[in-house]
Design a protein around this ligand. Structure first.
Ligand SMILES: *Cc1c(COP(=O)(O)O)cnc(C)c1O
Length: 403
Protein backbone atom coordinates (compact mmCIF):
# COMPACT_ATOMS: atom_id res chain seq x y z
CA UNK A 1 0.00 0.00 0.00
CA UNK A 2 1.39 3.40 -0.96
CA UNK A 3 0.60 6.17 1.50
CA UNK A 4 1.04 9.77 0.47
CA UNK A 5 3.14 12.32 2.31
CA UNK A 6 4.91 11.21 5.46
CA UNK A 7 8.16 9.25 5.56
CA UNK A 8 8.00 6.94 8.54
CA UNK A 9 11.53 6.67 9.80
CA UNK A 10 11.65 3.92 12.41
CA UNK A 11 13.99 3.71 15.37
CA UNK A 12 17.37 2.01 15.06
CA UNK A 13 16.36 -0.49 17.73
CA UNK A 14 13.35 -1.88 15.91
CA UNK A 15 15.63 -2.55 12.94
CA UNK A 16 17.77 -4.83 15.10
CA UNK A 17 15.09 -7.45 15.62
CA UNK A 18 12.95 -9.75 13.52
CA UNK A 19 9.38 -10.94 13.99
CA UNK A 20 9.24 -14.12 16.09
CA UNK A 21 10.08 -16.84 13.51
CA UNK A 22 8.09 -19.49 15.31
CA UNK A 23 4.95 -17.35 15.32
CA UNK A 24 5.61 -16.53 11.65
CA UNK A 25 5.86 -20.20 10.62
CA UNK A 26 2.70 -21.03 12.52
CA UNK A 27 0.89 -18.13 10.82
CA UNK A 28 2.09 -19.31 7.41
CA UNK A 29 0.97 -22.88 8.09
CA UNK A 30 -2.44 -21.60 9.19
CA UNK A 31 -2.75 -19.43 6.07
CA UNK A 32 -1.92 -22.37 3.80
CA UNK A 33 -4.44 -24.54 5.64
CA UNK A 34 -7.09 -21.85 5.27
CA UNK A 35 -6.32 -21.77 1.53
CA UNK A 36 -7.13 -25.48 1.36
CA UNK A 37 -3.63 -27.02 1.55
CA UNK A 38 -3.35 -30.13 3.70
CA UNK A 39 -0.47 -28.86 5.86
CA UNK A 40 0.72 -30.73 8.94
CA UNK A 41 2.29 -28.31 11.37
CA UNK A 42 5.21 -29.10 13.64
CA UNK A 43 5.64 -25.38 14.15
CA UNK A 44 3.50 -24.79 17.22
CA UNK A 45 5.12 -23.48 20.36
CA UNK A 46 2.13 -24.38 22.49
CA UNK A 47 0.40 -27.47 23.90
CA UNK A 48 -2.40 -28.87 21.72
CA UNK A 49 -4.46 -29.72 24.83
CA UNK A 50 -7.43 -27.57 25.75
CA UNK A 51 -7.27 -25.32 28.80
CA UNK A 52 -8.67 -27.38 31.73
CA UNK A 53 -12.37 -26.92 32.50
CA UNK A 54 -11.87 -25.82 36.12
CA UNK A 55 -9.71 -22.96 34.82
CA UNK A 56 -12.28 -21.91 32.24
CA UNK A 57 -15.03 -22.03 34.86
CA UNK A 58 -13.05 -19.80 37.20
CA UNK A 59 -12.66 -17.23 34.44
CA UNK A 60 -16.38 -17.33 33.58
CA UNK A 61 -17.29 -16.95 37.25
CA UNK A 62 -15.00 -13.94 37.54
CA UNK A 63 -16.66 -12.25 34.56
CA UNK A 64 -20.10 -12.90 36.03
CA UNK A 65 -18.96 -11.51 39.36
CA UNK A 66 -17.86 -8.33 37.62
CA UNK A 67 -14.16 -8.85 38.21
CA UNK A 68 -13.44 -6.91 35.06
CA UNK A 69 -11.66 -3.75 36.17
CA UNK A 70 -8.06 -2.69 36.69
CA UNK A 71 -6.28 -4.64 39.39
CA UNK A 72 -3.08 -3.88 41.27
CA UNK A 73 -0.38 -3.36 38.62
CA UNK A 74 1.76 -6.33 39.67
CA UNK A 75 -1.14 -8.76 40.10
CA UNK A 76 -3.80 -9.48 42.74
CA UNK A 77 -2.66 -10.64 46.18
CA UNK A 78 -4.50 -13.99 45.88
CA UNK A 79 -2.56 -14.86 42.76
CA UNK A 80 0.74 -13.70 44.27
CA UNK A 81 0.00 -15.93 47.26
CA UNK A 82 -0.74 -18.88 44.96
CA UNK A 83 2.56 -18.27 43.17
CA UNK A 84 4.38 -18.04 46.50
CA UNK A 85 2.78 -21.34 47.60
CA UNK A 86 3.74 -22.98 44.30
CA UNK A 87 7.35 -21.85 44.53
CA UNK A 88 7.51 -23.20 48.08
CA UNK A 89 5.79 -26.50 47.27
CA UNK A 90 7.54 -27.30 44.00
CA UNK A 91 10.85 -25.46 44.22
CA UNK A 92 11.62 -25.06 47.93
CA UNK A 93 11.83 -21.30 47.48
CA UNK A 94 10.38 -18.81 49.97
CA UNK A 95 9.27 -15.39 48.75
CA UNK A 96 7.17 -12.49 50.03
CA UNK A 97 4.52 -10.68 48.00
CA UNK A 98 6.95 -7.83 47.42
CA UNK A 99 9.23 -10.29 45.61
CA UNK A 100 6.65 -11.42 43.05
CA UNK A 101 5.24 -9.67 39.98
CA UNK A 102 2.65 -10.99 37.53
CA UNK A 103 2.77 -9.96 33.86
CA UNK A 104 1.10 -10.70 30.53
CA UNK A 105 2.98 -13.95 29.90
CA UNK A 106 6.51 -15.09 30.63
CA UNK A 107 7.74 -13.33 27.49
CA UNK A 108 6.47 -10.06 28.92
CA UNK A 109 8.13 -10.93 32.24
CA UNK A 110 11.46 -11.49 30.47
CA UNK A 111 11.01 -8.25 28.54
CA UNK A 112 10.42 -6.30 31.76
CA UNK A 113 13.43 -7.89 33.46
CA UNK A 114 15.64 -6.97 30.52
CA UNK A 115 14.43 -3.38 30.48
CA UNK A 116 14.98 -2.71 34.15
CA UNK A 117 18.45 -4.32 34.18
CA UNK A 118 20.21 -3.85 30.84
CA UNK A 119 21.56 -0.93 28.89
CA UNK A 120 24.12 -0.08 26.20
CA UNK A 121 27.44 -1.72 26.91
CA UNK A 122 26.05 -4.63 28.92
CA UNK A 123 26.55 -8.17 27.73
CA UNK A 124 24.01 -10.89 28.40
CA UNK A 125 24.98 -14.54 28.05
CA UNK A 126 22.63 -16.77 26.08
CA UNK A 127 23.58 -20.45 25.70
CA UNK A 128 22.48 -21.85 22.36
CA UNK A 129 20.38 -23.41 20.99
CA UNK A 130 18.27 -20.68 22.56
CA UNK A 131 14.63 -19.70 22.54
CA UNK A 132 14.20 -17.27 19.64
CA UNK A 133 13.10 -14.33 21.79
CA UNK A 134 16.03 -14.12 24.24
CA UNK A 135 18.45 -12.46 21.85
CA UNK A 136 15.94 -10.02 20.41
CA UNK A 137 14.65 -9.02 23.85
CA UNK A 138 18.25 -8.20 24.82
CA UNK A 139 18.80 -6.21 21.60
CA UNK A 140 15.73 -4.10 22.34
CA UNK A 141 17.39 -2.82 25.52
CA UNK A 142 20.52 -1.69 23.66
CA UNK A 143 22.61 -4.40 25.37
CA UNK A 144 24.42 -7.14 23.47
CA UNK A 145 23.48 -10.82 23.64
CA UNK A 146 26.56 -13.05 23.75
CA UNK A 147 25.68 -16.48 22.45
CA UNK A 148 27.58 -19.44 23.90
CA UNK A 149 27.27 -22.22 21.37
CA UNK A 150 26.93 -25.68 22.90
CA UNK A 151 27.51 -28.94 21.03
CA UNK A 152 25.18 -31.80 20.22
CA UNK A 153 27.93 -34.22 21.40
CA UNK A 154 27.69 -32.60 24.85
CA UNK A 155 23.91 -32.99 24.85
CA UNK A 156 23.73 -29.23 24.14
CA UNK A 157 24.76 -28.57 27.72
CA UNK A 158 26.64 -25.48 28.76
CA UNK A 159 30.07 -26.52 30.05
CA UNK A 160 31.69 -24.63 32.95
CA UNK A 161 34.85 -23.94 30.91
CA UNK A 162 32.82 -22.46 28.03
CA UNK A 163 30.88 -20.31 30.45
CA UNK A 164 34.07 -19.04 32.06
CA UNK A 165 35.50 -18.16 28.63
CA UNK A 166 32.45 -16.12 27.63
CA UNK A 167 32.46 -13.89 30.71
CA UNK A 168 33.94 -10.39 30.39
CA UNK A 169 33.88 -7.36 32.71
CA UNK A 170 30.76 -6.26 30.81
CA UNK A 171 28.79 -9.45 31.50
CA UNK A 172 25.71 -8.56 33.46
CA UNK A 173 23.46 -11.60 33.34
CA UNK A 174 22.80 -15.03 31.88
CA UNK A 175 19.54 -16.51 30.67
CA UNK A 176 19.25 -20.19 31.44
CA UNK A 177 16.28 -22.42 30.79
CA UNK A 178 15.77 -26.12 31.34
CA UNK A 179 14.14 -28.24 30.11
CA UNK A 180 15.03 -26.08 27.15
CA UNK A 181 13.28 -24.99 24.00
CA UNK A 182 14.30 -26.24 21.41
CA UNK A 183 16.63 -29.06 22.52
CA UNK A 184 14.91 -30.32 25.71
CA UNK A 185 18.15 -30.04 27.67
CA UNK A 186 18.02 -30.78 31.41
CA UNK A 187 20.82 -30.33 33.90
CA UNK A 188 21.68 -32.45 36.91
CA UNK A 189 22.12 -30.85 40.29
CA UNK A 190 25.89 -31.29 40.07
CA UNK A 191 26.08 -29.63 36.66
CA UNK A 192 23.99 -26.71 37.88
CA UNK A 193 26.11 -26.32 40.99
CA UNK A 194 29.26 -26.02 38.88
CA UNK A 195 27.70 -23.33 36.70
CA UNK A 196 26.20 -21.57 39.71
CA UNK A 197 29.57 -21.38 41.48
CA UNK A 198 31.10 -19.55 38.52
CA UNK A 199 28.14 -17.19 38.12
CA UNK A 200 28.17 -16.32 41.80
CA UNK A 201 31.93 -15.75 41.90
CA UNK A 202 31.74 -13.46 38.85
CA UNK A 203 28.69 -11.58 40.15
CA UNK A 204 26.41 -12.45 37.25
CA UNK A 205 22.64 -12.23 37.60
CA UNK A 206 20.83 -15.44 36.70
CA UNK A 207 17.55 -15.24 34.82
CA UNK A 208 16.05 -18.70 35.14
CA UNK A 209 13.25 -19.35 32.66
CA UNK A 210 11.44 -22.32 34.20
CA UNK A 211 8.46 -22.38 31.84
CA UNK A 212 8.93 -26.10 30.95
CA UNK A 213 9.50 -27.19 34.54
CA UNK A 214 6.51 -29.55 34.49
CA UNK A 215 7.19 -31.13 31.10
CA UNK A 216 10.13 -33.31 32.02
CA UNK A 217 10.91 -36.96 31.22
CA UNK A 218 12.52 -40.16 32.40
CA UNK A 219 14.48 -39.81 35.63
CA UNK A 220 15.05 -36.09 35.29
CA UNK A 221 13.94 -33.88 38.13
CA UNK A 222 13.55 -30.17 37.93
CA UNK A 223 15.73 -28.37 40.47
CA UNK A 224 15.71 -24.59 40.68
CA UNK A 225 19.20 -23.11 40.66
CA UNK A 226 17.89 -20.47 43.07
CA UNK A 227 17.24 -23.15 45.71
CA UNK A 228 20.92 -24.03 46.28
CA UNK A 229 21.65 -21.18 48.71
CA UNK A 230 20.34 -17.85 49.97
CA UNK A 231 23.15 -16.16 48.08
CA UNK A 232 22.13 -17.76 44.80
CA UNK A 233 18.49 -17.00 45.47
CA UNK A 234 19.28 -13.32 45.85
CA UNK A 235 21.21 -13.43 42.57
CA UNK A 236 18.46 -15.16 40.59
CA UNK A 237 15.21 -14.06 39.04
CA UNK A 238 12.89 -17.03 38.60
CA UNK A 239 10.56 -16.75 35.59
CA UNK A 240 7.58 -18.99 35.05
CA UNK A 241 3.99 -18.93 33.87
CA UNK A 242 0.88 -20.96 33.19
CA UNK A 243 1.13 -21.13 29.38
CA UNK A 244 2.92 -24.44 28.97
CA UNK A 245 2.02 -26.34 32.16
CA UNK A 246 -1.72 -25.63 31.96
CA UNK A 247 -2.24 -25.19 28.20
CA UNK A 248 -3.03 -21.50 28.74
CA UNK A 249 -0.93 -19.73 26.09
CA UNK A 250 -3.75 -17.41 25.06
CA UNK A 251 -4.51 -16.20 28.57
CA UNK A 252 -1.17 -14.41 28.90
CA UNK A 253 -0.10 -14.87 32.49
CA UNK A 254 3.55 -15.14 33.49
CA UNK A 255 5.42 -14.14 36.60
CA UNK A 256 8.78 -13.45 38.17
CA UNK A 257 10.07 -13.97 41.69
CA UNK A 258 13.31 -12.43 42.83
CA UNK A 259 15.07 -9.65 44.70
CA UNK A 260 12.67 -6.98 45.94
CA UNK A 261 14.38 -4.04 44.23
CA UNK A 262 14.27 -5.70 40.81
CA UNK A 263 10.63 -6.75 41.28
CA UNK A 264 9.72 -3.19 42.36
CA UNK A 265 11.43 -1.80 39.25
CA UNK A 266 9.59 -4.27 37.02
CA UNK A 267 6.29 -3.30 38.62
CA UNK A 268 7.02 0.38 38.07
CA UNK A 269 7.99 -0.31 34.46
CA UNK A 270 4.80 -2.31 33.91
CA UNK A 271 2.74 0.51 35.44
CA UNK A 272 3.80 2.66 32.48
CA UNK A 273 3.20 0.13 29.74
CA UNK A 274 0.56 -2.58 30.10
CA UNK A 275 -0.68 -1.88 33.63
CA UNK A 276 -2.03 -5.05 35.23
CA UNK A 277 -2.33 -8.35 33.38
CA UNK A 278 -5.95 -9.13 32.45
CA UNK A 279 -8.11 -9.43 35.58
CA UNK A 280 -10.02 -12.46 34.29
CA UNK A 281 -6.87 -14.28 33.26
CA UNK A 282 -5.44 -13.70 36.72
CA UNK A 283 -8.43 -15.49 38.25
CA UNK A 284 -7.96 -18.32 35.76
CA UNK A 285 -4.26 -18.62 36.66
CA UNK A 286 -5.19 -18.62 40.34
CA UNK A 287 -7.39 -21.66 39.76
CA UNK A 288 -4.71 -23.35 37.63
CA UNK A 289 -2.14 -23.03 40.43
CA UNK A 290 -4.45 -23.80 43.37
CA UNK A 291 -6.72 -26.39 41.74
CA UNK A 292 -6.08 -30.10 41.12
CA UNK A 293 -2.67 -30.82 39.55
CA UNK A 294 -3.27 -34.32 38.11
CA UNK A 295 -3.80 -32.96 34.61
CA UNK A 296 -0.30 -31.53 34.56
CA UNK A 297 1.20 -34.99 35.09
CA UNK A 298 -1.18 -36.64 32.61
CA UNK A 299 -0.22 -34.17 29.89
CA UNK A 300 3.45 -34.76 30.70
CA UNK A 301 3.02 -38.52 30.25
CA UNK A 302 1.26 -38.00 26.94
CA UNK A 303 4.09 -35.76 25.72
CA UNK A 304 6.63 -38.37 26.72
CA UNK A 305 4.90 -41.05 24.62
CA UNK A 306 4.91 -38.71 21.66
CA UNK A 307 8.56 -37.92 22.22
CA UNK A 308 9.47 -41.62 22.24
CA UNK A 309 7.59 -42.10 19.00
CA UNK A 310 8.84 -39.08 17.05
CA UNK A 311 12.48 -39.60 18.08
CA UNK A 312 12.36 -43.22 16.94
CA UNK A 313 10.63 -42.38 13.66
CA UNK A 314 12.96 -39.51 12.80
CA UNK A 315 16.04 -41.61 13.53
CA UNK A 316 14.75 -44.22 11.07
CA UNK A 317 15.23 -41.67 8.27
CA UNK A 318 18.72 -42.06 6.78
CA UNK A 319 20.67 -38.81 7.23
CA UNK A 320 18.77 -37.58 10.29
CA UNK A 321 20.29 -37.78 13.77
CA UNK A 322 17.74 -36.89 16.42
CA UNK A 323 18.88 -36.52 20.04
CA UNK A 324 16.47 -37.62 22.77
CA UNK A 325 15.08 -34.51 24.49
CA UNK A 326 14.68 -34.67 28.27
CA UNK A 327 11.73 -32.30 28.48
CA UNK A 328 9.59 -29.61 26.75
CA UNK A 329 7.78 -30.70 23.56
CA UNK A 330 10.27 -30.25 20.75
CA UNK A 331 12.83 -32.35 18.91
CA UNK A 332 15.90 -30.76 17.38
CA UNK A 333 17.26 -33.22 14.80
CA UNK A 334 20.58 -32.75 12.99
CA UNK A 335 19.90 -32.52 9.25
CA UNK A 336 23.10 -31.07 7.78
CA UNK A 337 23.78 -34.28 5.84
CA UNK A 338 21.17 -33.05 3.36
CA UNK A 339 22.94 -29.75 2.73
CA UNK A 340 24.60 -29.49 -0.67
CA UNK A 341 22.11 -31.95 -2.15
CA UNK A 342 19.61 -31.07 -4.80
CA UNK A 343 15.92 -31.31 -3.93
CA UNK A 344 13.08 -30.15 -6.15
CA UNK A 345 15.59 -28.68 -8.63
CA UNK A 346 17.28 -26.55 -5.98
CA UNK A 347 20.39 -27.09 -3.91
CA UNK A 348 19.63 -27.07 -0.18
CA UNK A 349 22.19 -24.83 1.51
CA UNK A 350 20.86 -24.46 5.05
CA UNK A 351 18.04 -25.05 7.50
CA UNK A 352 15.83 -22.35 5.97
CA UNK A 353 16.11 -23.95 2.52
CA UNK A 354 15.29 -27.36 3.97
CA UNK A 355 12.31 -26.06 5.95
CA UNK A 356 11.03 -24.25 2.83
CA UNK A 357 11.47 -27.41 0.74
CA UNK A 358 9.62 -29.56 3.27
CA UNK A 359 6.74 -27.09 3.40
CA UNK A 360 6.55 -26.93 -0.39
CA UNK A 361 7.11 -30.61 -1.17
CA UNK A 362 5.80 -32.46 1.90
CA UNK A 363 3.26 -29.96 3.22
CA UNK A 364 4.99 -30.08 6.58
CA UNK A 365 5.70 -26.91 8.56
CA UNK A 366 8.70 -26.80 10.88
CA UNK A 367 11.18 -24.19 12.09
CA UNK A 368 14.75 -23.75 10.75
CA UNK A 369 17.42 -24.41 13.38
CA UNK A 370 19.16 -21.17 12.39
CA UNK A 371 16.47 -19.27 14.32
CA UNK A 372 17.76 -20.96 17.48
CA UNK A 373 21.42 -20.42 16.63
CA UNK A 374 22.10 -23.86 15.09
CA UNK A 375 21.77 -23.96 11.33
CA UNK A 376 22.50 -27.71 11.13
CA UNK A 377 19.17 -28.51 12.76
CA UNK A 378 15.42 -28.21 12.41
CA UNK A 379 12.91 -27.82 15.23
CA UNK A 380 9.74 -29.89 15.28
CA UNK A 381 7.11 -29.43 17.94
CA UNK A 382 5.29 -32.65 18.85
CA UNK A 383 2.46 -30.83 20.56
CA UNK A 384 0.13 -32.48 18.08
CA UNK A 385 -1.68 -35.81 17.83
CA UNK A 386 0.13 -39.15 17.46
CA UNK A 387 -1.70 -39.64 14.18
CA UNK A 388 -0.44 -36.35 12.72
CA UNK A 389 3.08 -37.03 14.01
CA UNK A 390 3.10 -40.36 12.20
CA UNK A 391 1.70 -38.91 9.00
CA UNK A 392 3.96 -35.85 9.07
CA UNK A 393 7.18 -37.76 9.69
CA UNK A 394 6.29 -40.17 6.89
CA UNK A 395 5.89 -37.20 4.55
CA UNK A 396 9.30 -35.90 5.62
CA UNK A 397 10.84 -39.32 5.02
CA UNK A 398 9.43 -39.53 1.52
CA UNK A 399 10.44 -35.99 0.60
CA UNK A 400 14.01 -36.56 1.79
CA UNK A 401 14.40 -39.97 0.14
CA UNK A 402 12.90 -39.01 -3.19
CA UNK A 403 14.55 -35.62 -3.42
C1 LIG B 1 6.68 -20.34 25.38
C2 LIG B 1 7.93 -19.86 26.05
C3 LIG B 1 7.93 -18.73 26.87
C4 LIG B 1 6.79 -17.74 26.96
O1 LIG B 1 5.64 -18.15 27.41
P1 LIG B 1 4.43 -17.11 27.66
O2 LIG B 1 3.31 -17.64 26.83
O3 LIG B 1 4.86 -15.75 27.23
O4 LIG B 1 4.17 -17.20 29.11
C5 LIG B 1 9.07 -18.39 27.55
N1 LIG B 1 10.19 -19.13 27.43
C6 LIG B 1 10.25 -20.20 26.63
C7 LIG B 1 11.50 -20.95 26.53
C8 LIG B 1 9.12 -20.60 25.90
O5 LIG B 1 9.21 -21.65 25.06
Amino acid sequence: MKEPGVLHKLSRRIGLIKPSPTLAIQAKANALKAAGRDVISFGAGEPDFDTPDNVKEAAIASIKAGFTKYTAVGGIDDLKDAIIAKLKRDNQLAYERSQVVVSAGAKHTLFNIAHVLFEEGDEVLVPSPYWVSYTDIVYLTGATPVVIKTRMEDGFKLKPAELEKAITPRTKAIVISYPSNPAGVCYTRKELEELAAILLRRGIIIISDDIYEKIIYDDNQFISIASFSEELKSNTIVVNGVSKSYAMTGWRIGYAAGPENIIAAMTKYQSQNTSNPTSIAQKAALEALNGPQEGVLARGREFQQRRDFIVRKLNEIPGIACPNPQGAFYVFPHVASFYGKRFGGKVIENSSDLAAYLLEEANVALVPGADFGHDDHLRLSYATSMELIEKGVERIRKALLNG
